[in-house]
Write a protein that binds this ligand. Structure first.
Ligand code: SAM
Ligand code: DTB
Ligand code: SF4
Length: 323
């Protein structure tokens, strides 16, 4: 992305981000929708499809995650999928209207051999004409370069929350580890998909802190996923109080205003969300969703429900990548 000569800012303060989050909702939505229309086609969302290519048995302790080996969530671990099966799933996603295929692995960090295997899948999925994204945990610069050579478009690695709240959610990997992986991916020339999770019991200031960290990345991540916590029984966050839906809307709007040229994804947590809340998220500038009836291990609304939603609000899936 070319920031030159533009007004993109990387010096947002947490206080400024809190001020955005606290604005009267109609003002915030108006500004955010105006910013969206400056850079993106109207009434258009990107469709991405996830696939868990290696499931569960992860050594990390992320308190939200059903795939951590430290929590008993009843999830059946699965080894790394065969490349042919991954490509078959990508073909299906393409037929269902997805322009991006995101492959996720429950690793703390991949071995070089695992990167090699995933690289092969990336090349083959790319040959279908889809954008490719992988999320494999921490990555060295050499590994990022290998994935870039394979034709990978995006690396997903989330900051998850503010630096202040982070220690209450994950203890097995530091915030700086995450920033380092993002830096390694940038050095390798990959585009970044980096965002976080709301609804984990964090404060509004923490949500502002997360957005401030993301906006400090230069260039901004091209994709910014905002996940609403999916509360999975057996995880430490299973009993967390529901986040007020309007806080999700405000977070999306602030992300849109702080990183106006980024594609903001209304990511996990759409299952059970009303059409009205979806509509407010789109008004706030969300212009990407995950398609299909599965995220990685949890449910997503699925094709029929999403078609009804998109028809009712008059939004179409983008036929081409938005960036
Ligand atoms: N293991 C790799 C890693 O964490 O770096 C990649 C896969 S991990 C499942 C990718 C992201 O999914 C996490 O960073 C988190 O933001 C999101 N995620 C995981 N479980 C979630 C949940 N229950 N609700 C919302 N988002 C979740
Ligand atoms: C992201 O920010 N959200 C996706 C993707 N990146 C890898 C993952 C959501 C996972 C939700 C819980 C699950 O299905 O296991
Ligand atoms: Fe492992 Fe990723 Fe889940 Fe954390 S979020 S426990 S690193 S799969």
């Amino acid at each position: 992305m070319n920031d030159t000569g533009d007004s993109l800012r990387h010096d947002w303060t947490v206080t400024e981000a809190v001020e955005l989050l606290e604005r009267p909702l109609t003002d915030l939505l108006f500004e955010a929708q105006t910013a969206t229309r400056r850079y993106f086609p109207t009434n258009t969302v990107e469709g991405a499809q996830l696939l868990s290519i290696k499931t569960g048995a992860c050594p990390e302790d992320c308190a939200y995650c059903p795939q951590s080996a430290q929590y008993n969530t009843g999830l059946q671990p699965e080894r790394l999928m065969a490349t042919a099966d991954i490509v078959a799933a990508a073909n299906e996603a393409l037929a269902n209207g997805a322009t991006r295929f995101c492959m996720g692995a429950a690793w703390r960090e991949p071995s070089d051999a695992q990167v090699e295997t995933v690289s092969e899948a990336v090349t083959q999925v790319g040959e279908l004409g889809m954008e490719t994204c992988v999320t494999l945990g921490m990555l060295t610069e050499t590994q990022a370069q290998r994935l870039a050579e394979a034709g990978l478009d995006y690396y997903n690695h989330n900051l998850d929350t503010s630096p202040e709240f982070y220690g209450q959610i994950i203890t097995t990997r530091t915030y700086d580890d995450r920033l380092e992986t993002l830096g390694n991916c940038r050095t390798a020339g990959l585009k970044l998909c980096a965002g976080g999770i709301v609804g984990m019991g964090e404060s509004r200031r923490d949500r502002a802190g997360l957005l401030t960290q993301l906006a400090a990345l230069d260039p901004h991540p091209e994709s910014v996923p905002i996940n609403l916590l999916v509360k999975v029984p057996g995880t430490p966050l299973a009993q967390t109080d529901d986040l007020d839906g309007l806080e999700l809307v405000r977070t999306i709007a602030a992300a849109r205003l702080m990183m106006p040229r980024s594609v903001v994804r209304l990511s996990a947590g759409r299952e059970g969300m009303s059409d009205e809340l979806h509509a407010l998220c789109f008004q706030a500038g969300a212009n990407s969703i995950f398609l299909g009836d599965r995220l990685l291990t949890t449910d997503n609304p699925g094709e029929a429900t999403d078609q009804h939603l998109l028809d009712s609000v008059g939004i179409s899936l983008a036929a081409e990548p938005l960036l």
